[in-house]
Design a protein around this ligand. Structure first.
Ligand code: ZN
Length: 241
């Protein structure tokens, strides 16, 4: 496959990252899932998927399932790992709050030389995930279950915030939900999930839609899966009815 240009554009890199996340999570690589993960409309996604195909990163088969080309996958892996590394650098070394690092990392990663990347890598020591819980060394992902699947009374440890959309991260930070948090599921109904931190302090209440995007280990545990909600509902109360 001949590459039209030697480097992915910033837009292509965003899509390659999201495609790689679908792959990591074991979800089907389709334009529909990409749209749901990135919260973009079907026409927007379809145009970029066409461009990624033209530029040799992906192929599509008869039922429109997306596959990485060998070089496309290698590029995606490099982009994803570097993005997570920079996020960790920004939180741990620079002091940027973890709900703000994703966008900053997007900009920085395009300006980074391999030499600077080596310094960044050294500066974060043995950190093995990004601040949202995604592995920097790919292939070391613990599967986990959505918080939304856990029964009342289950003891959970937050593994990962699956979706790094900025408004979602602000919402999770405001609720006190972050990787490593240990809590007990205190209540669960059709719309809301409440967890009580084991260390004490305020219980956190999330919409079920957001709780689908928070991966945890749980005891007792529901069957493993990664959820991809149709739409994210951040508000506690629904409006307009
Ligand atoms: Zn991250």
């Amino acid at each position: 496959m001949r590459r039209a240009s030697p480097h992915a554009t910033a837009g292509e890199e965003e899509y390659l990252q999201s495609l790689f996340w679908l792959h990591e999570a074991g979800l089907p690589l389709t334009a529909a899932n990409l749209g749901r993960a990135m919260r973009l409309s079907a026409p927007t996604v379809s145009e970029m998927v066409g461009r990624l195909e033209r530029d040799g990163y992906i192929t599509r088969d008869g039922d429109r399932t997306i596959h990485f080309t060998d070089s496309g996958r290698a590029d995606a892996e490099r982009i994803v790992s570097r993005h997570r590394l920079i996020e960790r650098f920004l939180t741990d070394v620079v002091g940027v709050p973890w709900d703000d690092v994703h966008e900053e990392a997007e900009r920085l990663e395009h300006a980074m030389t391999p030499r600077f990347e080596a310094y960044v890598r050294a500066s974060v020591g043995d950190a093995d995930t990004c601040p949202h819980g995604h592995p920097i060394a790919l292939g070391e992902r613990v599967q986990g279950v959505p918080l939304a699947d856990c029964a009342v009374g289950a003891r959970v440890t937050v593994l990962r915030l699956e979706n790094e959309a900025e408004d979602l991260l602000h919402y999770l930070m405001a609720q006190g939900i972050q990787p490593g948090l240990r809590a007990v599921v205190a209540a669960r109904d059709e719309e809301l999930v409440t967890v009580a931190p084991e260390a004490g302090g305020e219980p956190a209440t999330l919409t079920v839609s957001v709780a689908e995007t928070v991966s945890v280990t749980a005891e007792p545990s529901p069957p493993p899966r990664t959820a991809l909600p149709e739409q994210l509902v951040l508000g506690h109360s629904r409006y307009g009815r």
